[in-house]
Design a protein around this ligand. Structure first.
Ligand code: GTP
Ligand code: MN
Ligand code: MN
Length: 383
């Protein structure tokens, strides 16, 4: 008999794509704080700093227990000096002064409110902040020039900042399915993004569309959009053509993380679900997020952001993996591929630099295998 036999401590792997990260975890009181600092770093376009905080938070999300003391963090990867200092303060005092002052700061709050407008990025929000703007409501009197996306973003600000429920996502799923089947029988539609990872709420609904017959999917998006528009289901849409074949910089090396699929950023006009229209908990008109268009009491519809992406069948596995997220999980997959495997991963393909060839895959499982990684199911990619 071995009286003091213990289970060996699980050693936490250092890349998020090597770990299982469930949706619900035990350390939100720490990860929320670190993510405030990450977001603040994004607002000042300090990407390195932002990623460092996000990686720290992600490690804590993968822990199977609550962190109660600094000793619990022994041997964990990715925890930098700054993150450790913040964690220590929270464990000792309940809050971190840096996090709280960030949260309270006028700049952080304004940048948050302004970037919450659909179509507004950090650059634009920062310029507006320096011009004295503090909220989307300030955009109207100052007569700011807004592009079409931003106009829609301001108009539907309240709705677009009201989380999409899984129930709503399912209704939209049915609509998208109907539209796609009508214009291309045999097409395959997959729900991607946060809802595929098991989230109950999302900021939008993401879909990936393909067809088993390679080439049948070409120029499909305009047909889908037309169908939806004819049914009066679209409040806004911007379709971008597939630029994958035209690109000169090689398929696995897109200029940024942006991929080259035919895609559509849209805003759906969703008929209110019967059960949601008369409830007091409905957040429409709650006043929390001041929008610019008063919604009539009893309005029967609401605006919901929907992303549609069309991929050729041969790239479908890569596209599915690339559009399921989380964003940090995706970033870590690409970093793993490049730094540990000498490979280059995108939402289109996987290139092996040593063998100087593309590696084919018909499923996400095969891509993980090519990368020498244990398969992580979508519900555990919540890094
Ligand atoms: P919520 O929508 O906030 O609930 O979370 P989410 O994880 O669904 O986020 P989002 O809809 O922003 O993105 C879904 C996935 O698509 C993430 O993994 C992103 O990395 C990915 N994604 C978003 N935009 C692009 C893009 O332009 N190109 C590629 N390749 N991926 C993208
Ligand atoms: Mn999403
Ligand atoms: Mn999206």
């Amino acid at each position: 008999p071995k009286p003091f036999e213990t289970t060996p401590a699980v050693k936490m792997k250092s890349y998020a794509c090597q770990r299982r990260t469930p949706l619900k975890h035990h350390n939100s009181f720490l990860t929320d704080a670190l993510e405030i600092l990450a977001q603040n770093a994004e607002f000042s376009e300090n990407e390195g700093r932002s990623v460092a905080f996000r990686r720290s938070a992600s490690v804590l999300k993968a822990l199977p227990h609550v962190v109660r003391s600094m000793g619990d963090l022994k041997d964990l990867p990715c925890l930098g000096e700054h993150s450790l200092r913040v964690i220590k303060e929270i464990l000792e005092d309940g809050t971190s002064s840096e996090v709280e002052s960030t949260r309270q700061s006028e700049q952080f709050q304004a940048m948050k409110a302004l970037t919450d407008v659909f179509g507004v990025g950090v650059r634009t929000a920062d310029r507006w902040f320096r011009e004295g703007l503090r909220s989307p409501l300030d955009l109207i009197p100052t007569g700011q020039k807004l592009n079409h996306a931003q106009q829609a973003g301001v108009k539907y600000y309240n709705d677009l900042n009201t989380p999409v429920t899984k129930k709503e996502a399912m209704v939209i799923s049915d609509i998208v399915e109907k539209a796609v089947k009508a214009v291309l029988p045999g097409a395959i539609i997959t729900l991607t993004g946060g809802f595929r990872r098991g989230k109950e709420l999302g900021h939008d609904v993401d879909f990936l569309i393909t067809h088993p017959e390679e080439g049948a999917e070409e120029r499909l998006m305009p047909k889908i959009v037309n169908w939806l528009d004819n049914q009066g289901l679209l409040l806004y849409q911007k379709t971008t053509r597939n630029s994958y074949l035209e690109s000169k910089d090689g398929p696995a090396r897109p200029a940024s993380n942006m991929d080259r699929f035919e895609r559509c950023f849209s805003i759906f006009k969703l008929e209110q679900l019967e059960s949601d229209t008369h409830t007091e908990t409905s957040s429409y008109n709650s006043g929390r997020a001041a929008g610019t268009e008063e919604r009539h009491a009893g309005s029967t519809w609401r605006a919901v952001r929907v992303d549609l992406v069309v991929s050729p069948y041969s790239q479908f596995a890569f596209a599915t993996l690339g559009w399921t997220g989380s964003k940090l999980f995706e970033r870590e997959l690409r970093r793993w591929a490049g730094q540990e495997k000498g490979m280059s991963l995108s939402s289109h393909a996987l290139y092996d630099s040593k063998q100087q060839r593309y590696l084919r895959a018909n499923s996400e499982e095969e891509i993980f295998a090519h990368l020498g990684l244990e398969y992580i199911p979508p519900s555990e990619r919540n890094a």
